[in-house]
Design a protein around this ligand. Structure first.
Ligand code: 5GP
Length: 209
């Protein structure tokens, strides 16, 4: 049985992957019209907080022992090591939103994205690509938040992620913001219009004479 039984469809799980510095956050904000009603998952991380970041808003900042405790108790949907720190998606908030019919967007790196795809094959996988690695390097340096060694590691990770690009359903090249945001909005809109998501109640409404 593929069609939902209830009046409300389940939410769609969107996974967005792309190097840090590629502009995922900016793109998300620029596409915020289409993102109305989307729940952004707040990840947990052991990385130090950057200036301006707020605990519980940008991330749940945890120490390593607490992070590992949560992994052990099975409360993370996925987790991965990224440039020396742990990052993970708390499963509870994601599942509650999906069950409630709300779409959820995860912004996670490649290892985590693969774990989600294995656990939830119906997830819609988006990759945000920089126009080039040279441009990504320029943006990472311009941001000025990371020491040189970390920038190099982040660039190496970006290269590996780009090589895995065909594992994703969609790619958005974040070169010029507005066309990239338009593509992003179009993907979300199209995925939300998939006929297989219709519930019995919605179909019954179309059949009303
Ligand atoms: P940043 O330190 O720049 O905030 O994030 C570094 C990388 O970790 C980015 O590629 C970001 O998408 C990824 N990331 C953030 N949250 C999560 C998460 O919950 N799980 C995984 N696997 N990666 C994450």
């Amino acid at each position: 049985m593929t069609e939902p039984l209830h009046g409300r469809r389940r939410g769609i799980l969107f996974v967005m992957t792309g190097a840090s510095g590629v502009g995922k956050g900016t793109l998300r904000e620029a596409a915020s019209d289409a993102l109305e009603d989307v729940v952004f998952s707040i990840s947990a991380t052991t990385r130090p907080r950057r200036e301006g970041e707020v605990d519980g808003v940008h991330y749940h900042f945890l120490d390593r022992a607490e992070f590992e405790r949560r992994v052990a108790e099975g409360s993370m949907l996925e987790h991965a090591v990224y440039v020396g720190d742990l990052y993970g998606t708390p499963a509870g908030a994601v599942d509650a939103a999906l069950a409630d019919g709300r779409d959820v967007l995860l912004e996670i790196e490649l290892d985590g994205a693969r774990q989600v795809k294995r656990a939830r094959p119906e997830a819609v996988m988006l990759f945000i690509a920089p126009p080039s690695l040279a441009e990504l390097e320029r943006r990472l340096r311009g941001r000025g938040t990371d020491p040189e060694a970390k920038i190099q590691k982040r660039l190496a990770r970006a290269r590996d992620e780009i090589r895995a690009l065909r594992e994703f359903d969609y790619v958005v090249v974040n070169d010029v913001l507005e066309p990239a945001a338009a593509t992003f909005r179009a993907i979300l809109t199209a995925e939300r219009a998939r006929a297989r998501l219709l519930s019995d109640v919605q179909i019954a409404a179309f059949l009303r004479e």
